[in-house]
Write a protein that binds this ligand. Structure first.
Ligand code: GBH
Length: 446
């Protein structure tokens, strides 16, 4: 019996601002992360993405490495401000240079390109007009989506409209630790979620209009709970708590976004602020929502709950990653089942991984035993969800390269390939050699 489905897709993911560099080359316009970093005071060590991993200038080398790692798919994002320097209006004739080279090189090497349209780097010109608070942005996003889909028609078949609406809304507009750095009240954050839903939907329609065969998904990072003991009652409480908006942090649930898109309503557990916002919505908005073809799940860890749905604190000294995120492999078993049970559409794991204190050893290699152990545990648990019927189409590790970790700058290393930021040199870590065997055996080596 095979552990993973026959056509299961194994790959890795990254995002434009985190790895490309070339922040002002070939006619690119400024985006909110350029501004946020250059302003100073927001990012550790005053780091920025001006150069990052310099992927922009290393396409051939990088794709050769991907090939060497045995990747079947590469999820990357397009920088909106490269295509539309002003967010809207005129297309930059040089905007696709890098992406053309990347996509063609991936295809030549048998690696499937998967495009995220928006991974947080909004053109500054659109932020000047209110960013995701202004619903006019949905038109600009649809235009951008249309231009990208038209350009890659026949070469790219899988798109993700938005990466993690939860982070865009809450980290960018609620607590301000991400660009654009705004600190607004909960009703405004709810409004951002709604505009993001409309933008996803308009973008999805635009892609389908130019390429009806394209598959279009959206990527969530909502809270996931898993049962302390694997009983039916505890499984149920974990499911209920996963989508409970009345627990602290409705901004970090999946349903605050996906319910709107797919169920076309807010959950009954929505708090007062969300309800108040809901009253201001034009009812015809709900008819404009587009159900995605798949849901991308970004999952790093989860919350353990008991049979009554109470959160169980990790025991003292429980394992954590370098940036102190909990290590909870069990969440992989249940997260795909939860999302599938509620929404009934297939899922990808679009991100999963960890940061480690990686360094180059005396022997010149990067021995990241922690990452191998983490991956091994998480993938074994993922397999359990699949065995119980969750339609999981693939697994994309976050990340391929060490890269710019937003407000944490370059302090956190999430890659399976080490990047020496002094000179851009890449070194395959032990984990990616291990991962290659997993891919080659379609998970049977686990
Ligand atoms: C992803 O974000 C990003 O897509 C990617 O760009 C980034 O580099 C990568 O992960 C690694 O950070 O406990 O309720 O406050 C993941 C961000 C981190 C989302 C923690 C939710 C906690 C929610 N997530 N998180 S809560």
């Amino acid at each position: 019996m095979n552990k993973f489905p026959k056509n299961f897709l194994w790959g890795a993911a990254c995002a434009s601002y985190q790895c490309e560099g070339a922040w002002d080359e070939d006619g690119k316009g400024p985006n909110i992360w350029d501004d946020f970093c250059h302003m100073g005071g927001h990012v550790k060590n005053q780091d920025n993405g001006d150069i990052a991993c310099d992927c922009y200038h290393r396409v051939q080398e990088d794709v050769a490495l991907m090939k060497q790692c045995g990747l079947q798919a590469y999820r990357f994002s397009v920088s909106w401000a490269r295509i539309f320097p002003n967010g809207d209006g005129i297309v930059n004739p040089l905007g696709f240079i890098y992406y053309d080279e990347l996509v063609d090189s991936l295809l030549k090497n048998g690696i499937q390109p998967m495009i995220t349209l928006y991974h947080w780097d909004l053109p500054s010109a659109l932020q000047d007009r209110g960013g995701w608070l202004n619903r006019d942005i949905t038109r600009a996003f649809a235009r951008y989506a249309e231009v990208v889909a038209q350009h890659f028609k026949g070469r790219v078949h899988t798109y993700m409209t938005l990466n993690e609406p939860q982070c865009i809304a809450q980290l960018g507009y609620g607590v301000g630790v991400h660009a654009p750095g705004l600190v607004l009240d909960e009703e405004k954050v709810a409004q951002v979620f709604h505009v993001l839903c409309l933008a996803h939907s308009a973008g999805m329609r635009a892609i389908k209009a130019v390429d009806p065969t394209a598959t279009v998904g959206v990527v969530t990072c909502g809270r996931q709970c898993y049962p302390q003991t694997d009983t039916p009652q505890n499984r149920e409480s974990a499911y209920q708590e996963t989508f409970n908006l009345s627990s602290p942090g409705w901004q970090f649930t999946s349903n605050i976004f996906l319910d709107s898109l797919i169920l076309r309503k807010y959950d009954e557990t929505a708090p007062e602020t969300v309800r108040r916002f809901a009253h201001t919505i034009d009812p015809s908005d709900w008819d404009m929502m587009e159900t995605p073809d798949f849901i991308g799940i970004n999952i790093y860890n989860g919350e353990m709950v008991d049979a009554e749905g109470r959160y169980v604190k990790p025991h003292p000294g429980a394992p954590v990653t370098a940036c102190k995120w909990k290590v909870t492999p069990e969440v992989m078993h249940y997260c795909t089942l939860h999302i599938y049970r509620r929404y009934g559409i297939p899922v990808y794991i679009t991100e999963n991984g960890l940061s480690c204190n990686d360094k180059v050893y005396l022997d010149g290699a990067v021995h990241d035993a922690e990452r191998i152990d983490f991956l091994h545990r998480y993938l074994l648990e993922l397999q359990k969800g699949i065995a119980e019927g969750a339609p999981v189409l693939g697994y994309l590790h976050w990340s391929l390269f060490d890269n710019f970790e937003w407000a944490e700058g370059y302090d956190e290393r999430f890659g399976m390939i080490y990047v020496d930021y002094k000179d851009g040199r890449r070194i395959l870590k032990d984990s990616v050699k291990w991962y290659r065997n997993v891919i080659e055996s379609n998970g049977d080596s686990l």
